[in-house]
Design a protein around this ligand. Sequence first.
Ligand SMILES: NC(=O)c1ccc[n+]([C@@H]2O[C@H](COP(=O)([O-])OP(=O)(O)OC[C@H]3O[C@@H](n4cnc5c(N)ncnc54)[C@H](OP(=O)(O)O)[C@@H]3O)[C@@H](O)[C@H]2O)c1
Length: 241
Amino acid sequence: MGKPGRVLWVTGAGSGMGRAAAVAAGAGGRRVALSGRRAEALEEVAEAVRAAGGEALVVPLDVTDVAAIDAAHATIADAWGRVDDLVLSAGLNTPRRTWSDQRIDDFQAIVATNLTAVAAVVQASIEDLRAASGVVVVISSVAGWGFKPGTGIAYAASKTAVGVLCRDLNVAEWPNGVRATHLCPGDVDTDFLSMRPQVPDAEGREGMLSPDDVARAVLFALDAPSHVRIDELVITPTHLR
Ligand SMILES: NC(=O)c1ccc[n+]([C@@H]2O[C@H](COP(=O)([O-])OP(=O)(O)OC[C@H]3O[C@@H](n4cnc5c(N)ncnc54)[C@H](OP(=O)(O)O)[C@@H]3O)[C@@H](O)[C@H]2O)c1
């Protein structure tokens, strides 16, 4: 299984689902470019990718900096020729989620991270994706699958919009061989939960998905044969209401 040698660029690779997907892809022999803001976390993930059997390249990046995305793409292309596939896991939310307490600067940062950056990384890579018959896996949310109040206005809006972006990629780019998956997890036990207004304790996290549960689904989409498109995947803990 796996597609050894293919170049996978992962954003949000320093932790959580991005990290788990990067390591799982490395285990399948992929070359994995790791992006996020914390270089130290990326170095640790690079070691884990190599230990799993893959190659790793650390490319620190703030995905809200569009010029830096182009530079990061150039770094990967210099090292490995091109980007074949993408896993876009970088994401942001805020505990201030209601019309009573949200702030528009938070709103802008969330949209920039969850939506605009996804478009910008795809745009920077589009010629490569066409040449490679590439797969784009966007880690969205159940809040992007159906309306889910309480998840945050900017968060739900940006995750819903990223689903439209995936559908557009599939409709517009299939003749060029590009496929996209809108991957919508429910609760996953990661650092992301620290951005909730009430941060769940150990008991509250029991039964949640693990990053590895989602990584399996990411690899399922990445490894699908080229005539198979996984448009959307919804993955939830069995207890989710
Ligand atoms: N955990 C859940 O319950 C859950 C459920 C559904 C969907 N999601 C989504 O899953 C994705 C991954 O989150 P996670 O749960 O795995 O949590 P996580 O461990 O906090 O991962 C989020 C990653 O995004 C990176 N990131 C944030 N802002 C960035 C920026 N401006 N530039 C580059 N990287 C940035 C962070 O790294 P740096 O801080 O180093 O940049 C971090 O590694 C997110 O898109 C989130 O919306 C999470």
